[in-house]
Design a protein around this ligand. Sequence first.
Ligand code: ATP
Ligand code: MG
Length: 449
Amino acid sequence: MSDQKGRDTHRPSIIPRSDHTVSRANISENAIKVLHRLHKGGFQSFLVGGCVRDLLLRHQPKDFDVATDASPEEVRRLFRNCRLIGRRFRLAHIHFGRDIIEVATFRATHEELDEGDIRGQTDEGGRILRDNRYGKLEDDVWRRDFTVNALYYTLDGYSIWDFVGGVEDVEKRILRVIGDPEARYREDPVRMLRAVRFAAKLDFSIDPPSEAPLWELGHLLKDVPPARLYDEIIKIFLAGRATESFRLLEHYRLVGHLFPALAAELDTDADGQLRRLLFDGLATTDQRVNDEKPVTAFLLFAVLLWAPVKKRFDELHSKGMPPIPAMQQAVEDIVKTQQSHISVPRRTTIPMKEMLALQSRFNMRRGVRSLRFLHHPRFRAAYDFMLLRASSGGFDSEAAQWWTDIQLADDKTQREMAQVGQGARSGKRKRRPRRRGARKRSAGQGSQE
Ligand code: ATP
Ligand code: MG
């Protein structure tokens, strides 16, 4: 068998230590222990996947994956600190405190293989797979997605084994699907999102034959279990390259297959305000990730879903629903339609709903309620989001500044700013009619339904 370039695909080119830049010094000690132990046990053992690619690029790998010809049970016999995971496809996890080295047995390539199922991520609606089909190293190569993800590093001579021209592609910074791109995307449409993710993360270009189907096959994403898409979306957008990733998703017309309501709003966003908020939000997320500050999925989804949520909110509010319930209802409605594409878990939607519902409180700058709001557990997230709205032109900038200033002020100044204590009775008088008004509006809404 030979590939498009006429290479013998069953013989790797073996790149000796002197001809590559992967140094043992940059490999985790635990991974090295695992490789050694497997080798001493009489098995083949390689580092594989993203870690070899990243080491060649002189990036620090996120984690280290090992591939071996030992079966999962044989791996377990070698390591006390080993747990086998995965239902249909067994993987061995070797635990070193918090660090985990994943050890996968070589597998043969078959059209039924789907990485999500292998990893047990697709509970609902996942395709039925046959039993584990273990293979040899030269089989394992072909099930992998991109040439740069199919490089094997061995401690035996510290060489890299390359069956697919992956080292050359790393050097040229090209993402190339192994095998026929369209067939491989059809086998597992998540590979299209992985193409975007790696292109953005590594700043690689996508080889034209691997790129062309991306414009055509977005509709296949509807067959991917929504829970798996959620995981992939998190990987795409919380890795420090969200802005570039979104740009590429738009370029390949994939946004509509993931976030149809957002895509529709962006198409009709005449003054560009919604797009500005989206891109500012993604840029802020990237900045936080790159500064190693924590980022939350609920803020990300608020940014991604704000355009349709805002539209729904405006509809409900103009019908007379008060701001807080209207926002809750708007989030509920948009999340519900979004769920059929990407299943956003409740741990994300609940705080998102809470945080967006708080947006209307930034319009109320008088009275003790505004001071109390400063101590709300979600104030900080709500404030950050309000700033995004302000910088994109969706919220009054003077009011935004007021909320910034009041946080920095001392108690006395805060009370002055909120006009607290300057006639508590007038405050009371103010509140009452508002409550009655709210009730009336709710009743009005009810009678319309
Ligand atoms: P990252 O830096 O994001 O971890 P990675 O390349 O290590 O990148 P993983 O998702 O950790 O990506 O997968 C590890 C390896 O498993 C990949 O490098 C690739 O060889 C293979 N792989 C993962 N998902 C797929 C898939 N859907 N189809 C084919 N091969 C896959
Ligand atoms: Mg990885």
